[in-house]
Design a protein around this ligand. Structure first.
Ligand code: HH2
Length: 270
């Protein structure tokens, strides 16, 4: 069944494509490639031309073991890219941040939604989004990026992650956030078996159509564990394969590096 979704001004049927723009020196698959504002902006425009429904601009790597950056440094990295894209006026912009201050500044210069990998752990983030009338992606992460893969543990990963996501989503809506999307946070404090259980439970994660579900496996380590592909940049075809399966079982959006490959597979399946 193809469902219809909306998130702020974005409305779509089936599975939308969010293109990743990492303005960082250290992201796990493309760190340093788009570190400079011009390169990041050009990359974002390319993803839009390839058919991305929206772009996700991030200035902090959250790969396992990554060191946090300061708010000022995160903002310094993303500000010029956000400002140029917002001035273009034809792109839906998501800001990938767990810092309320960065989100507030990004929304003020024209970002449309916030992608919070800490899932609104910071109450100030809820306030910022409610006040700006901005939708939020609530992602689940066990622990913190620096240590999250050390020893992830769950009794029942699907029940625990979905209950947590649904509680955070309800809290956001109650606080005045206009709409939310939930995300199980593939690779964020999860072993392979946890990731696979979550990928097989998209309908439960979305509370059977109540919340749109975002899935992000793009170039991640689970593709090495599953298919033996060592280099992140060689994992695009495998990313497409898993995302197409996720879309078939109800994912409303996928977060990807290879936009062209995903658009072709999702819009022209088979
Ligand atoms: N994954 C990453 C970053 N942000 N946001 C959501 N909602 N879901 C995800 O799965 C997700 C995310 C990690 O990937 P990437 O941005 O490519 O790498 P890095 O964190 O090293 O910049």
């Amino acid at each position: 069944m193809t469902r219809s979704w909306s998130l702020g001004s974005l409305q779509w049927r089936g599975c939308a494509v969010m293109g990743i723009v990492n303005v960082t020196p250290d992201s796990f698959s493309d760190g340093g490639r788009f570190e400079h504002a011009d390169a990041a902006y050009t990359h974002a425009r390319r993803l839009v031309a390839e058919g991305a429904d929206l772009v996700d601009i991030g200035g902090e790597s959250t790969r396992p073991g990554a060191a946090p950056v300061t708010e000022d440094e995160e903002w310094r990295r993303i500000a010029p890219v956000l400002e140029r894209l917002a001035a273009d006026g034809d792109v839906i912009i998501s800001v990938d941040t767990r810092r309320a201050l960065v989100a507030e500044r990004a929304l003020a210069v024209g970002a449309h939604l916030v992608n919070d990998v800490s899932g609104l752990r910071d109450p100030a983030m809820v306030e910022v989004c409610a006040e700006a009338g901005a939708p939020v992606v609530i992602m689940h992460m066990q622990g913190e990026p620096a240590t999250m893969q050390a020893n992830p543990r769950y009794d029942d990963v699907v029940a625990e992650v979905s209950q947590w996501l649904h509680r955070q989503a309800a809290l956001a809506i109650e606080a005045g956030v206009p709409s939310v999307m939930v995300d199980p946070g593939i690779g964020f404090g999860k072993r392979l078996e946890h990731n696979l259980a979550l990928l097989n439970a998209i309908d439960v994660l979305g509370d059977h159509g109540r919340w749109p579900v975002l899935v992000g496996v793009s170039r991640k380590r689970l593709l090495r564990d599953l298919f033996g592909i060592d280099r992140p940049e060689d994992r695009d075809a495998a990313s497409v394969e898993l995302h197409v399966q996720a879309a078939a079982t109800g994912a409303a959006m996928v977060r990807v590096h290879d936009v062209a490959g995903h658009v072709a597979a999702l819009h022209h399946p088979g």
